[in-house]
Ligand binder design. Structure first.
Ligand SMILES: [Zn+2]
Length: 304
């Protein structure tokens, strides 16, 4: 093994909020040693790391958080009785997410990277997407750089900020979308739109982290934790009864793809399509699967 094991302790505090569809998770990371070694992990062989169980953990929660199946988790921890998990207990895990959590920068492949927020980036988002009441620390966020194909078929570079638990998913998902030439109009930080979500959506801008309440509620959104992403939001609006957001998206509340030009229909997220499947495979929930509201642009990951 050329790569030094990361000493890592992850403490999760589950904050249950009742009466709200989106639960508000709280994540506290401690002892997160930053490795100065090359972030590019070349070994193909399994790389085991330990995860310390916290109160309230179940096999399914841990599996979802680290993008592994419950079956795999059981296979790696045959001596552990899933129904009798105890806080402080150690579990063996093989997950890219766990391997990469402490890295300052990870190069997934050319054009698809993520890194801790630089001082300049922290300054840039402070007072905008990162503002008073933001429930995560800067150190828990990652700047993700991706390539994508725009509506003219041209290669573009995009930036997203997400929670560290989602960064590896993002480079994997967006590299697949790029290979398959999935059209995305724009991927810019919401700072370009003064962190005004409506303005950003109205420009069909794909974005993730932004501290804000859930629409129509005082609860903190998953976007506030960097645990949600909105894709092509103009074509995939948020719909609650008569309300359609962004306001210029009313024609897209109709979801029958045959009613639209091919260029538009390609961007309409629907169950079973490429983008839907990429997120589902990694344990995300799609807002289009909710009964009400319908949030067709929105994917979120419940990591606790
Ligand atoms: Zn959203």
């Amino acid at each position: 093994m050329s790569v030094r094991r990361l000493l890592l302790s992850v403490v999760l505090v589950l904050l249950m909020l009742s009466g709200c569809k989106e639960k508000a998770p709280e994540i506290v990371i401690t002892n997160n040693e930053k490795s100065k070694e090359s972030p590019l992990i070349k070994e193909k062989e399994p790389h085991f790391d330990a995860y310390e169980v916290v109160a309230g953990d179940t096999f399914s929660k841990i599996a979802r958080k680290f993008n592994v199946t419950e079956e795999k988790l059981k296979e790696w921890n045959q001596e552990v009785v899933p129904e009798a998990l105890v806080a402080g207990q150690s579990l063996q895990l093989v997950s890219p997410i766990l391997q990469y959590l402490g890295k300052e920068e990870v190069v997934f492949q050319e054009g698809f990277t993520y890194q801790v927020l630089s001082d300049e980036m922290i300054q840039k988002i402070s007072g905008y997407s990162y503002r008073e009441g933001t429930p995560v620390d800067y150190t828990e966020l990652r700047l993700v750089n991706v390539l994508y194909i725009d509506l003219k078929g041209k290669n573009q570079t995009g930036e997203l900020i997400v929670n560290q638990y989602l960064a590896q998913d993002m480079v994997e998902i967006f590299s697949h979308l790029f290979e398959e030439k999935y059209p995305i109009e724009e991927i810019s930080l919401v700072e370009k739109y003064q962190a005004d979500d409506e303005l950003s959506m109205s420009h069909n801008n794909t974005s993730a982290f932004c501290h804000r309440p859930i629409e129509g509620s005082a609860e903190v959104s998953y976007h506030s934790y960097g645990l949600a992403i909105d894709i092509n939001p103009l074509i995939n609006p948020y719909v609650r009864e008569e309300l359609v957001l962004p306001a210029n998206a009313s024609s897209y509340r109709e979801r029958d793809k045959s009613q639209f030009d091919k260029e538009i229909a390609q961007m309409m997220i629907a169950p079973g399509d490429l983008i839907y499947q990429l997120f589902m495979d990694r344990g995300y929930e799609w807002g289009g699967d909710w009964t009400t509201p319908k949030d067709y642009q929105h994917f979120e990951k419940h990591i606790n």
